[in-house]
Design a protein around this ligand. Structure first.
Ligand code: SAM
Length: 247
C-alpha cells in the first residue's frame, strides 16, 4: 500500500492509522525518544503542568487520556497528582494499550489506571463523567476531528477541561526549512532502522503537514462548545498545546 500524498477516504484513513500503530506498538516509545531527541517528554510534562491535577479532594478526579497509546501521559497525570487522579487510558488500538498495560504494572500508582479500547469519535462513556480530557499527538490521526471534540465535550463534567497537544506547522523563517529537511531525510530512515519500515513515518510526516493551524484548531475546539480556548506553542512551534473549559 502506498498512502503518501494520495487522498484517502475517511473510512480508509482509520484503517491505515490502525495498521501504522499496530506495526510500531512495541517500538513506539523508543521511536518517540529518538525522533524528538527526548523533547516529547518535556512537552508532555508541560501539558500535565498546565492541567495541574489536584492531589487531594472530597471526590474523585477522573481523567480520560484519549489516544493514550502506551500510557505515558496517563502515568504523568497520576504521578503529578501523587496518586489521587484516576486515569482511563483509551485508544482505538489494542496493541498500543497492551504495551501500556504491561508497563503500568511498574507504575508508582498502578491501581489508578484502567485501559479501555475506544474510538475517539464514539466514546463508550457516559455524559459528564470526567473532570478532564487529554489527548497528546492523537487527534490528527482521528478521521473526523470535530466529532471527537464534540464527544470530548459530552463526556466532560461542567467545569471540566480539555487539553490537546499536537504537532503544528513550523513557520519560523530558517527553522522551517531545517525542520522540513529533518522530517524528510532523518525520520523515515530512522523509522526503518528501528521498526523495519519507513512507511508509517512517511504517514506521520504527512499527517502533521495536513493538520489545521493553531487558530483554526482553536475555532474547532470552540465549535464543540468549549470556552476560554487558548493555545501555547513549544520549541519553535513544533508542538502546540490547546486548552478549553466546559463551562
Ligand atoms: N498519546 C500517546 C503519546 O503521546 O505518545 C500516543 C500518541 S500516538 C502518536 C497516536 C495514537 O492515536 C495511537 O495510539 C493510535 O492508535 C490512536 N488513535 C488513532 N485513531 C484513533 C481514534 N479514532 N480513536 C482513538 N485513538 C486513536
Amino acid at each position: 500500500t502506498h498512502f503518501g500524498e494520495q487522498t484517502v477516504a475517511l473510512q480508509d484513513k482509520q484503517g491505515l492509522v490502525n495498521k501504522v500503530f499496530h506495526d510500531v506498538a512495541s517500538r513506539y516509545d523508543l521511536m518517540n525518544d529518538l525522533m524528538s531527541g527526548g523533547v516529547h517528554r518535556l512537552w508532555k510534562d508541560a501539558m500535565v503542568a498546565e492541567l495541574a491535577p489536584p492531589r487531594a479532594g472530597t471526590r474523585p478526579y477522573r481523567v480520560l487520556d484519549m489516544a493514550g497509546g502506551t500510557g505515558d501521559v496517563g502515568e504523568r497525570i497520576v504521578n503529578s497528582s501523587l496518586g489521587y487522579a484516576e486515569v482511563v487510558v483509551s485508544d482505538i488500538n489494542a496493541d498500543m494499550l497492551q504495551v501500556g498495560a504491561e508497563r503500568a504494572l511498574n507504575w508508582r500508582y498502578p491501581q489508578q489506571v484502567t485501559f479501555t479500547e475506544a474510538n475517539a469519535e464514539e466514546l463508550p462513556f457516559e455524559d459528564k463523567s470526567f473532570d478532564a480530557y487529554t489527548i497528546a499527538f492523537g487527534i490528527r490521526n482521528v478521521p473526523r476531528i470535530q466529532k471527537a471534540l464534540d464527544e470530548a465535550h459530552r463526556v466532560l463534567k461542567r467545569g471540566g477541561r480539555i487539553l490537546v497537544l499536537e504537532f503544528s506547522q513550523v513557520d519560523i523563517p530558517g527553522f522551517d526549512a531545517a525542520y522540513r529537511m529533518y522530517s524528510d531525510t532523518v525520520i523515515p530512515p530512522m523509522g526503518r532502522l528501528v521498526t523495519g519500515d519507513a512507511q508509517p513515518y512517511q504517514y506521520f510526516i504527512e499527517s502533521i503537514r495536513k493538520f489545521p493551524d493553531p487558530l483554526t484548531f482553536d475555532s474547532m475546539v470552540g465549535k464543540a462548545g468549549f470556552k476560554r480556548v487558548k493555545h501555547q506553542s513549544f520549541t519553535g512551534n513544533i508542538a502546540t498545546l490547546h486548552s478549553g473549559w466546559k463551562l
